[in-house]
Design a protein around this ligand. Structure first.
Ligand code: AMP
Length: 218
């Protein structure tokens, strides 16, 4: 299966991608995670990306494309779930051309629909485990007591000013990607509110629908 998880920051893409990758044995490719790792390791890409990521801006296409291209191409075109990619029309067009070249296609593009107020509430209380990358929420999913407090941090781009910027960037630059996929048979939008297991159940239903024609063709 090849899945694109789409939606605004804080829609739950990371959590759902993690579940999908565990339960369907898919590679979880998060361009945000790859960028954060590069920043931590202070690689040339990391240094180039840092100010964009911390300010809540998109990292330039050519940088992200190199990272995504490497990560996807690495996969021998096996199963993957893309989390946070594509985020611009140019990235979406690149992905389509890349898959065509490999004679492969997407099983599903799933949009997670979450209202702005809920996004702000989620992101401002989000905390991240620095080593595992697991997300917590101070109220809905607090970090367990046995985790060292020093390992639980707030992402700089989860500060209020950066959240506002990311929502603006999403509307301006990323929402057109939704229009790009909307007319396709593999596109579905699901309600991204409620418990993560509820949302996961909705995604599973979508996958059953969108994977069915592909099975029938074989
Ligand atoms: P995320 O963890 O997906 O919320 O991504 C965090 C940040 O990484 C974003 O706010 C962007 O600065 C950057 N980023 C991640 N994926 C992309 C992408 N596909 N295109 C451009 N910038 C990205």
């Amino acid at each position: 299966m090849r899945i694109v998880l789409f939606g605004p920051p804080g829609a739950g893409k990371g959590t759902q991608a993690r579940l999908l990758s565990e339960r369907h044995d898919l590679r979880h490719i998060s361009t945000g995670e790859i960028l954060r790792e590069a920043m931590e390791n202070e690689t040339p890409v990391g240094r180039e990306a840092k100010s964009y990521v911390e300010d809540g801006e998109l990292v330039p296409d050519d940088v992200v494309r190199r990272l995504a291209e490497d990560a996807i191409a690495d996969e021998d075109m096996g199963g993957f779930v893309l989390d946070g990619y594509p985020r611009t029309l140019q990235q979406a067009e690149w992905l389509t051309a890349f898959l065509e070249k490999e004679d492969a296609s997407l099983t599903a593009v799933v949009n997670l629909d979450v209202p702005d107020e809920e996004i702000i509430a989620r992101l401002s209380k989000r905390r991240v485990h620095t080593e595992t990358g697991e997300n917590f929420h101070l109220e809905a999913k607090p970090p367990p007591d046995d985790i060292d407090d020093a390992l639980i941090v707030q992402r700089p781009d989860d500060q209020p000013e950066a959240i506002r910027k990311r929502l603006h960037v999403y509307r301006e630059e990323t929402a057109p990607v939704r229009a790009y996929y909307e007319g396709r048979a593999t596109y579905r939008s699901v309600d991204g509110t409620g418990s993560f297991e509820d949302v996961y159940g909705r995604i599973e239903t979508v996958l059953e629908e969108t994977a069915a024609p592909a099975r029938a063709e074989r």
